[in-house]
Write a protein that binds this ligand. Structure first.
Ligand SMILES: O=C(O)[C@@H](CO)OP(=O)(O)O
Ligand SMILES: [Mg+2]
Length: 400
């Protein structure tokens, strides 16, 4: 029933207005799935390769489609993903592009769930999944590679850890985002928005902490449960390999100083989550920081691990971090993303499912988070391509 009969690929727009790959998979019995690849701006050096959309599509049509149509079953996700790997023939999808690969991989999963008549999270996670929901990490203030002339730290995240349901958590993050707007207006600070919809005022990181803390206080009064703060430092983007320091607008920090600085931030701001506090090759710095604060916060590797089981295994061996960010397009297939989640779980690491800064209305990651019972999902707070996922979580919770 789930034999793949047709794979179509096209260029569509992502949220930055760039072309990205959309895939459609149809099965013998008429099952249909459509999915689109997201795209990063602060991409890790060790990520699978995203090719320009047109090239990725041409290569996938030439190399992958003939190995899929009439050859694999959409219900056999590992079979689909193995065919994609075989068609590509490289470690990092540099032939067909990780953008073509992930779009096809996700579209096949949706086609299979369509045939089965089960929601995608259930097809991916099994019959006993669907009653644990992730806490959404909502990006409310940001800068780095996502907005010019804003904060050095890439993302200030709201984490509504006390929310009684994912629906209330989603609305809580929107309330924090709205409260940041009010606080900025009161302080006469004009601000546009960055790529993920976070406010991007031209302020120091210290001022951003104060603004977000104030906004969280107000939102907590409104919703009546605890909201904490998290960060994506995206430290690789600040790292200057030549001089061996992190470059902030007002200072520089060595690796040791960066560990001290972030450990201080965890305590001063009671952070529940810190992503990429150190650059992507600094396993040792990650291990030091995890030693110091890993008992009270998630130290999460994004550029460090790039959803890659080999890099994650090295982190596990060295005690670097206690959490992994999972982005299917960093590695190219859903099977690889699941393997990363499994390896993490088996070793006491929390998996956090994540969007990219360039997104589409695709909702696959909302299902992936429920399918894996991930404790957190990072998918913004506002903006259509972000609310697509958040609203899907609301629907999943309601069994809609
Ligand atoms: O660094 C990150 O975690 C992501 C998403 O927030 O950004 P990008 O997609 O630009 O890599
Ligand atoms: Mg990141």
């Amino acid at each position: 029933m789930t034999l793949v009969t047709d794979v179509r690929l096209r260029r569509v727009l992502d949220s930055r207005g760039n072309p990205t790959v959309e895939a459609e998979v149809t099965t013998e019995s008429g099952g249909f799935g459509r999915a689109a690849a997201p795209s990063g701006a602060s991409t890790g050096e060790y990520e699978a390769i995203e090719r320009p959309a047109e090239e990725a599509i041409a290569k996938a049509r030439e190399l992958a489609v003939p190995r899929l149509e009439g050859q694999v079953y959409a219900g056999d996700q590992r079979g689909v993903d193995a065919a994609l790997r075989a068609a590509d023939g490289t470690e990092n999808f540099s032939e067909i592009g990780a953008n073509s690969a992930v779009a096809i991989s996700m579209a096949a999963a949706k086609a299979a769930s369509d045939v089965l008549g089960a929601p995608l999270y259930q097809h991916l996670g099994g019959a006993f999944r669907g009653d644990e929901y992730p806490t959404p990490l909502g990006n409310v203030v940001g800068g780095g590679e996502h907005a010019a002339d804003a904060t050095d730290i890439q993302e200030f995240l709201a984490a509504p850890v006390g929310a009684p349901s994912v629906t209330e958590a989603v609305f809580a993050n929107a309330a924090v985002h709205g409260a940041v707007h009010d606080v900025l207006a009161e302080r006469d600070l004009p601000a546009g928005k960055g790529d993920e919809g976070a406010w991007a005022p031209s302020v120091s990181d210290a001022e951003a902490f104060a603004i977000v803390a104030e906004a969280i206080d107000r939102a907590e009064d409104e919703v009546g449960f605890e909201i904490r703060m998290g960060l994506d430092v995206a430290a690789s983007e600040m790292w200057d390999a030549e001089s061996g320091v992190y470059e902030y607008s007002d200072t520089t920090r060595t690796s040791e100083e960066q560990v001290d600085y972030v450990a201080g931030l965890v305590d001063d701001h009671d952070l529940v989550y810190v992503e990429d506090p150190l650059e992507e090759d600094d396993f040792e710095g990650f291990a030091d920081l995890t030693d110091r604060v890993g008992d009270r916060t998630l130290v999460c590797g994004d550029d460090l691990f790039v959803t890659n089981v080999e890099r994650l295994q090295r982190g596990i061996d060295e005690g670097a971090g206690n959490s992994i960010l999972v982005k299917p397009n960093q590695i190219g297939t859903l099977s690889d993303a699941f393997d990363a989640v499994e390896l993490a779980r088996d070793n006491g690491y929390d998996a956090v499912i994540s969007h990219r800064s360039g997104e589409t209305e695709d909702t696959t990651i909302a299902h992936l988070a429920v399918a894996t019972a991930a404790p957190f999902i990072k998918t913004g707070a506002v903006g259509g391509e972000r609310t697509a996922k958040l609203n899907e979580l609301i629907r999943i919770e309601e069994n809609a």
